[in-house]
Design a protein around this ligand. Structure first.
Ligand SMILES: Cc1ncc(COP(=O)(O)O)c(C=O)c1O
Length: 453
């Protein structure tokens, strides 16, 4: 009886859904969504009572896991006290959060609040163009980004994105964006050392700067580790060399921490693996663990100083009404407190080492080409055969994802990236995973993969 009721309830909701919701990234009228009702720790439950371990933390975001009463309470209390104040004025949660983020970044930044990773990157691009104009270098407007990287779907951030399938039919986008190949250790030339390969990839950026004329280049924008486009882990040499090249040519460095931030890779921020000093850092997702929308564009103070009023238009004129909502800021502060109190950054590092170790057996299968990962961020690349390294057929990827789901595990993939190359299965589970959660994830993956030989 109970089952019949939940089946009926789900069916009704799915019907109404189909009539009214245009789903993200979904094919016309083909989508029958799972209706998610509840979450606890790393697990979610749907309207039919099925439980899934969420191996993707929603969309790489619910870092502290689901069902945190502390976060709900903080939001409730803040909404009662003050639901909204525009940041043309100020409020205490925004002030406290900005101070806290500065202490975590170990440098001196100014925080510009907004609502999404998209906003944060769009603001970064605008602020940098304005900076160069006000710094006497108005010819610098071009940005260099990586193929495969994702920086969001608005016309500017999409132009920075290096994924052709995300752009197709939306072009022309904002002009002035150039792309270079990121390091993909799996596909480096045979016999080339990692060190030489990573340096060569960084030098591609230098060449691009020279070929395009140094004085026209405003910034390099990059994720510390490419995530949604497939998981690519560069060597320290690469990122440090990119920073050196930026400094040499007066080009600013924007680091997109929207996924890598807040512990995902076993450091609080991804760039902290490399000892670099970004000019601008963007963050969202794990900032509130997705309990409420919030993002930040952190801009180094010496850049901010170029926004002193000279001509009536020297201040930043980007505006977004919801940015820095008091409840979202309060949730972010509490979320960071949880990450610190529970040692979730270290936990991500330790679990990540375990996970990579446990997944090594998969490499023996003929269709598993490569596994890359750091912390709780892992990509498993499927190929047609190891010798050619040709990407697997997408049907194989879809069937593995579906079977993982049927076995209670949600995994992702680098969807809609580059034609024929969307064959990297991704894992990005909550950082609060238990040892048993990890064992479950590995067991399901091994079972499903083995059945595909
Ligand atoms: C690296 C990166 N940057 C930016 C974004 C855009 O964030 P949002 O979807 O919150 O606009 C994403 C989203 O997945 C992302 O992965």
């Amino acid at each position: 009886m109970e089952k019949e009721r939940s089946d009926q309830f789900t069916h009704t909701l799915q019907h109404k859904d189909r009539e009214n919701i245009w789903h993200h990234m979904s094919i016309y009228n083909e989508h029958t969504p799972v209706i998610i009702e509840q979450g606890e720790g790393a697990w979610i439950k749907d309207s039919l009572g099925n439980r899934f371990l969420d191996g993707m933390s929603g969309l790489w975001a619910v870092n502290v896991g689901y069902g945190r009463e502390r976060l709900a309470k903080v939001a409730y209390e803040q909404l009662k006290k003050l639901c909204y104040a525009p940041l043309t004025q100020s409020h205490e949660p925004a002030i406290r959060l900005a101070e806290k983020i500065n202490s975590l970044l170990e440098d001196d930044y100014m925080m510009f609040y907004s609502n999404s990773g998209c906003d944060a990157n769009e603001i970064a691009l605008k602020l940098i163009r304005q900076f160069h104009q006000q710094n006497g270098e108005g010819t610098r407007y071009k940005m260099i980004a990586s193929y495969r990287a994702y920086h969001a779907s608005s016309l500017g951030a999409l132009a920075a994105t290096g994924q052709a399938l995300r752009k197709y039919k939306y072009e022309p986008l904002t002009p002035g964006f150039l792309h270079v190949a990121p390091p993909d250790p799996y596909r480096r030339p045979k016999g080339q050392s990692m060190e030489v390969y990573n340096l060569a990839r960084a030098r591609d950026i230098e060449e691009k700067i020279i070929e395009e004329q140094n004085e026209t280049i405003a910034a390099v924008i990059m994720e510390p580790f490419i995530t949604g486009g497939g998981v690519f882990i560069p060597q320290q040499t690469y990122v440090q060399e990119v920073e050196r090249i930026c400094r040499k040519y007066g080009v600013l460095l924007i680091i997109d921490e929207v996924i890598c931030g807040f512990g995902r890779t076993g450091k609080l921020f991804g760039h902290q693996h490399f000892g670099i000093r970004p000019d601008v850092i963007t963050m969202a997702k794990g900032l509130t663990s997705a309990y409420l929308p919030l993002s930040i564009t952190a801009v180094r103070k010496d850049i901010y100083d170029k926004f002193k009023e000279i001509d009536g238009y020297s201040h930043c004129r980007h505006m977004n009404m919801f940015g820095g909502n008091p409840a979202a800021c309060a949730v972010a502060l509490e979320n960071i407190k949880i990450i610190e109190e529970e040692g979730l950054v270290q936990r991500a590092k330790d679990l990540g080492i375990q996970l990579l170790h446990d997944l090594q057996d998969l490499l023996e299968l003929p269709f598993v080409g490569d596994i890359q990962g750091l912390g709780l961020l892992v990509g498993i690349e499927l190929v047609e055969d190891k010798a050619s390294q040709r990407p697997a057929k997408e049907e194989r990827v879809a069937s593995i994802i579906a079977e993982c789901k049927a076995n209670g595990l949600i995994v992702g993939k680098n969807g809609g990236t580059v034609e024929g190359s969307n064959t990297i299965i991704t894992l990005s589970p909550p950082l609060c995973c238990t040892d048993e959660d990890l064992e479950f994830m590995v067991a399901v993956l091994k079972r499903v993969f083995a059945a595909h030989v």
